[in-house]
Design a protein around this ligand. Structure first.
Ligand SMILES: Nc1nc2c(ncn2[C@@H]2O[C@H](COP(=O)(O)OP(=O)(O)OP(=O)(O)O)[C@@H](O)[C@H]2O)c(=O)[nH]1
Ligand SMILES: [Mg+2]
Length: 365
């Protein structure tokens, strides 16, 4: 058996040298990176890669040394041995991929598992990569300790999430809060939960207004909640009716405005909403997003509802989501504070004020 150590600047380079010197039948015995930190001002990738590889000259039967598989040569192997070797080979491949990935990302050993966990939890890979780049540039500037584990990363992530709930009421005039968002996101249910919070828990004067003249049963849905909570409910079909209703509700502490369940992709829809909202001073707009929605849908919603001026993002259906990276992606990409999270269908219980800690816990746990 011939054993060869190759040291190069990257794994790719080291592997191709192994291949050219030992051929396709080479076994990869070990890989490691060699760091040299003598010059702190040098590029952060001041490391080399060492691959130890072996080539078996003598026999096609002797293939495994210390649990390491062979590359190539399948014809003669008994079935079981072949399976074992395939497993070992794929293990090596996955190790190499991980290490390659870590190096390509400029990650250290402690950071790679955290990076992978974040991707698995739905954090967008570009968002994660950008975050790690920021960490590295900070390390370089501050000459900090490059070892960063999960709790350090979680702390950094927490700093990027902003929550600004609950809704702050005004004195002397009603606070007008409108929920907008895609069809079925949970706008009407959330309006009812908010109304209950203010009316039943805080003893505030609350009214609900529906702008939804489009979907069958939309008005009845809100009216039923109103009856249950003894909260006034009105329907406004257009801008002038909205102005009229708001005039009626001038003594309220808070007016919650439910918008229609019509496709947010309809360009006229947002224009109509905009015209209605402009008719009264200061409507605080919360974009309602389901935590189960795809990121592309979320981006589309931000585009469509953006012209209204989105003041807060309200995430619904946390109870149905499998992972929560979308919350972090949303914070980083759109930089609009979260107001509330909803966690089930029960009115009024399943709502809570958004909190940074909660976002981080949901992502990591
Ligand atoms: N699991 C779960 N379901 C929810 C939550 N919030 C709302 N829902 C359910 O989602 C469905 C749609 O809720 P709606 O409040 O009618 O949604 P909407 O945005 O008003 O819908 P449109 O008016 O049609 O656009 C209903 O079945 C709700 O019970 C939540 O936090 N968790
Ligand atoms: Mg609705």
């Amino acid at each position: 058996m011939r054993i060869k150590k190759v040291i190069a600047n990257s794994y790719g380079e080291a592997l191709s040298r192994v291949k050219s010197e030992l051929g396709d039948g080479a076994l990869i015995l070990s890989t490691r990176s060699i760091k040299f930190n003598k010059d702190r001002d040098a590029d952060r990738c001041s490391s080399l890669v060492e691959i130890t590889a072996a080539l078996d000259h003598d026999s096609h039967r002797e293939t495994v040394a210390a649990g390491i598989g062979e590359v190539g040569r399948k014809e003669w192997m008994p079935e079981a041995r072949g399976e074992e070797l395939r497993e070992l080979r794929s293990m090596i491949a996955s190790l190499l991929t991980r290490t390659d990935k870590a190096k390509a990302m400029g990650l250290n050993e402690a950071q790679l598992p955290v990076y992978e966990k974040l991707i698995g939890r739905g954090v967008n890979d570009r968002v994660a990569a950008r975050m790690f780049e920021t960490i590295h540039s900070r390390e370089q500037r501050e000459e900090g300790d490059p070892f960063m584990g999960e709790s350090d990363i979680a702390t950094i992530m927490k700093g990027a999430v902003k929550c600004e709930g609950p809704i702050q009421l005004k004195s002397g005039e009603p606070k007008v809060v409108a929920l907008v968002g895609p069809t079925g996101a949970g706008k009407t249910t959330t309006i009812a939960k908010l109304a209950a919070r203010f009316a039943l828990h805080q003893n505030k004067k609350v009214a609900m207004v529906s702008l939804d003249t489009y979907r069958m049963g939309a008005w009845e849905q809100l009216e039923a909640y109103g009856k249950l909570m003894q909260v006034q409910v009105s329907l406004a079909a257009d801008r002038s009716e909205f102005v009229h209703v708001m005039q009626e509700y001038r003594d309220m502490d808070v007016v919650l405005v439910d918008t229609m369940g019509k496709s947010h992709r309809d360009p006229d829809y947002c224009r109509q909403l905009q015209r209605v909202f402009e008719a009264v001073p200061q409507v605080e707009t919360h974009l309602v997003q389901s935590a189960t929605s795809q990121e592309s849908v979320m981006s589309e919603c931000f585009k469509q509802f953006g012209p209204l001026g989105i003041d807060r993002v309200l995430f619904t259906k946390l109870d149905e989501a499998v992972h929560f990276g979308i919350l972090f992606n949303c914070s980083v990409r759109h930089r609009i504070p979260f107001s509330y999270f909803t966690t089930g269908q029960s009115v009024p219980e399943d709502i809570e004020v958004a909190a940074e800690d909660k976002v981080i816990r949901l992502i990591f746990n």
